[in-house]
Design a protein around this ligand. Structure first.
Ligand SMILES: [Zn+2]
Length: 132
């Protein structure tokens, strides 16, 4: 599950681009803290289905299908907005919750850029502090 196709990736990106900042923030916080647990139940080049369990143990079934997304929660069902559950699913696809060996994901040049950037920043900072 570390590798996702470019096709699937292209369906995940618009979700992160169009979700409200508040929901994006909640989803990121939930994924990073481990409060949100995402289980992918089905994955193809065009769609991904999964179950998102929040910190209270509530389950939400989410789907991202080429150009559309669905979730069983009130935000998605009644308010027709992109909810944090769908965003959490998208985030979990892009960055699977594995605390160690992030560099193993270095298969395509695109991923390498993402991972090497923070390291460069750290080096720059070290050089700056060393100069003073
Ligand atoms: Zn939802």
């Amino acid at each position: 599950m570390t590798n996702i196709s470019e096709s699937l990736f292209s369906h995940l990106v618009p979700i992160l681009q169009s979700v409200s900042p508040e929901r994006l923030q909640k989803a990121v916080a939930g994924i990073v803290s481990g409060e949100y647990r995402v289980t992918v139940t089905q994955q193809t080049d065009q769609e991904v289905h999964g179950v998102m369990v929040n910190e209270a143990g509530q389950e939400y079934r989410c789907s991202i299908i080429a150009g559309s997304a669905a979730c069983a929660c009130k935000d998605a069902q009644y308010r027709h907005v992109l909810c944090k559950h769908i965003v959490a699913l998208a985030l979990a696809m892009i960055r699977p919750p594995r605390p160690h060996r992030a560099s193993q994901g270095r298969r395509s040049s695109g991923l390498r850029l993402v991972w090497s950037r923070p390291m460069l920043l750290q080096q720059e900072r070290r050089q700056q502090t060393g100069a003073y």
